[in-house]
Design a protein around this ligand. Structure first.
Ligand SMILES: Cc1cc2nc3c(=O)[nH]c(=O)nc-3n(C[C@H](O)[C@H](O)[C@H](O)COP(=O)(O)O)c2cc1C
Length: 173
């Protein structure tokens, strides 16, 4: 499988990146190819709602920013993994901007499954992010939810979480 990881954390060596690294190790050992974008370090603006992608040139976003690097990967991937720290009870603004910009793609034809990785300070803060994930992605795209993984407090950067994410990556078929 070709797997695209969209990491919305601005911490290069943070807790989200730690889970993504463990997942990637497992997935690559299982023979999958993994392409990762650390979207917080990219120049990706919010959707302007110009509707050019719907009404003028279908499927093409007019905004010439770094999202143009990600579009071909969204279209050619079998699986997308969304990874983010929790900011104010939801996904980071940087990852949300990427999700909003999939408006031009609408439903990516090749994607069959998705997963969600989240890191937070506290427990019980994932509700809004999970709702967004299901409503904007799993249900709207009509794809399989392959799993939701969370780490909070002391679980961040723990061996227990690294193993869980590694095993998840390794188990993918
Ligand atoms: C702007 C901001 C908002 C945050 N909001 C929350 C929150 O609502 N709930 C929570 O549990 N943690 C919150 N946190 C803590 C982060 O989710 C936590 O530190 C996370 O492990 C960071 O992941 P990272 O190292 O991958 O960036 C917030 C952190 C920041 C910087």
């Amino acid at each position: 499988m070709k797997i695209l990881v969209l990491n919305g954390s601005p911490h290069r060596d943070g807790a989200t990146a730690d889970m993504v690294a463990a997942f990637t190790r497992g997935a690559e050992e299982a023979g999958h190819s993994v392409v990762r974008f650390d979207v917080a370090f990219m120049n990706i603006r919010g959707c302007m709602a110009c509707d050019s992608c719907r009404n003028i040139e279908k499927g093409v976003c007019v905004q010439q920013d770094d999202m143009q690097e990600i579009y071909p990967e969204i279209l050619s991937s079998d699986m997308i993994v969304f990874a983010s720290p929790i900011y104010y009870f939801t996904l980071s603004a940087q990852l949300q901007a990427v999700i909003h910009r999939t408006y031009s793609v609408d439903i990516p034809a090749n994607v069959k499954k998705v997963a969600l990785i989240m890191s937070s300070g506290s427990k019980y803060v994932y509700g809004a992010a999970i709702t967004e994930y299901f409503q904007s992605i799993v249900e709207y795209w009509g794809v399989e939810n392959a799993g939701i993984f969370t780490a909070n407090g002391k679980q961040n950067k723990s061996e227990e979480k690294r193993r869980e994410l590694y095993e998840f990556g390794k188990s993918l078929r």
